[in-house]
Design a protein around this ligand. Structure first.
Ligand code: FES
Ligand code: FE
Length: 403
């Protein structure tokens, strides 16, 4: 759903190293207390130098979402992860172990796997057919006798760290702490058995905006009454304050369903028996979690909706949306995800159109940061996290510099 108008709107680099005092002030204003904080300056969304910083500090040095474990159900199942900097594959091996590698051949670097799906018994490079086992070992070099003497044991695929959290598979090319440690303060969702959910639908979107705008947009419903007539009719678009989930690397909160509404779908009928473990107290709720940087997890009484947001360039990103249900629901012959799928596909288009419009406004000259609205505390959580994660060294190095 890219709009032609947004194409080519990328501004040149304005980021100074060291940062100018104006830039320091703008970033510090984002990271300040919510009540007095200012929204990010436009260059945070339009400057290629900012994306370079994010590529290095987040996507090459942090835990990045790859997909749901149900996509890796058997040996040879493979997920491709493509961000602006990290290009990885996650593969289930013959020994049932899930491994991750850079998606690049050890011969001349060719991309090995184009899309997620099922591989054969080997990962074979499309260029000269070097072949790797599902565990990443180089097993075949065609016409090897004409190759200089090489030690194949040193030419396996380059491994990445991989971890599974609540059924979601993450990869990491850097050295931060473990994923469990990172999300240790996340609410316990084990009662929902998210790792056992079945993927029943998936949609892919290309959006002409900076990836952070999709994350920001998810984190508030201030726009819901204006942009989402259906969502506004089915649930209450209030701020999350007072009942908010917030931690070091995530934010979120619940919204309640309107009386008589069983779930977020059109028609709003629930797929029984609902998610495993869903508690009576939560039956009127839909939970929204943003796991930084790029996983958005929505839990309705009868399905989970997941968005994976991947930056492609400074003003383009891809979003994959998945609908997951419990095994008991998936086994029903009449399990029908279409009401929830249609509802969210429409809502996605409404959101992404706004994100693209926001991108164009942020790229315009004269754009200045504004105040956050009282319902945007989760947006602020994300913005502040981003500034701290991406700019902390630049901010320290720039202390005391001139404009
Ligand atoms: Fe992969 Fe040559 S680049 S086999
Ligand atoms: Fe929205």
């Amino acid at each position: 759903m890219e709009s032609a108008a947004a194409a080519g709107d990328t501004a040149g680099t304005v980021l100074n190293t060291p940062l100018s005092t104006t830039q320091v002030a703008a970033l510090e204003a984002v990271a300040g207390p919510f009540e007095s904080a200012r929204t990010p300056p436009g260059w945070l969304f339009t400057d290629p130098a900012v994306l370079d910083l994010e590529a290095a500090s987040l996507f090459l040095n942090d835990w990045v979402i790859a997909g749901h474990v149900s996509q890796l159900g058997s040996a040879g199942a493979c997920l491709c992860v493509d961000t602006v900097s990290l290009h990885a594959i996650v593969v289930r091996g013959d020994d049932d172990v899930i491994r991750a590698f850079h998606n690049s051949c050890r011969h001349r670097g060719t991309r090995l796997v184009e899309t997620s799906g099922k591989l054969g018994p080997l990962i074979r490079c499309p260029y000269h057919a070097w072949a790797y086992s599902l565990a990443g070992a180089l097993t075949a070099i065609p016409k090897r006798e004409a190759t200089a003497k090489v030690d194949v044991a040193t030419l396996g695929l380059v491994p990445l760290r991989v971890a599974v959290w609540n059924g979601f598979v993450f990869v990491c090319a850097g050295e931060p702490g473990s994923l469990d440690e990172r999300l240790a303060d996340f609410p316990d969702l084990s009662y929902l058995a998210l790792d056992r959910l079945c993927l029943v639908a998936e949609r892919h979107y290309r959006v002409a905006c900076n990836w952070k705008l999709v994350i920001e947009n998810y984190n508030e419903c201030y726009h819901c009454a204006i942009a989402h007539p259906a969502l506004h009719r089915l649930s209450r678009d209030v701020g999350f304050d007072g009942y908010r989930h917030r931690g070091r690397h995530f934010t979120g909160g619940p919204m309640s369903l309107e009386p008589g509404v069983a779930t977020l779908a059109e028609p709003a009928t629930r797929i029984e028996p609902g998610l495993t473990g869903w508690r009576d107290a939560d039956r009127r709720m839909v939970f929204y979690f943003s796991v930084f940087p790029n996983l958005l997890l929505t839990i309705a009484p009868d399905y989970a909706l997941v968005h994976y947001v991947f930056p492609a360039s400074v003003d383009r990103c891809t979003v994959t949306t998945q609908w997951l249900v419990s095994p008991a629901q998936a086994a029903r012959a009449d399990c029908d995800i279409d009401p929830a799928l249609g509802f969210w596909d429409r809502t996605n288009h409404e959101d992404f159109a706004l994100c693209e419009t926001a991108q164009r406004g942020l790229a315009a000259s004269g754009q200045l940061p504004g105040p956050y609205h009282g319902w945007e505390n989760c947006v602020h959580d994300f913005d502040r996290w981003l500034v701290q994660r991406v700019f902390s060294s630049l901010l320290s190095a720039s202390a005391g510099t001139s404009p």
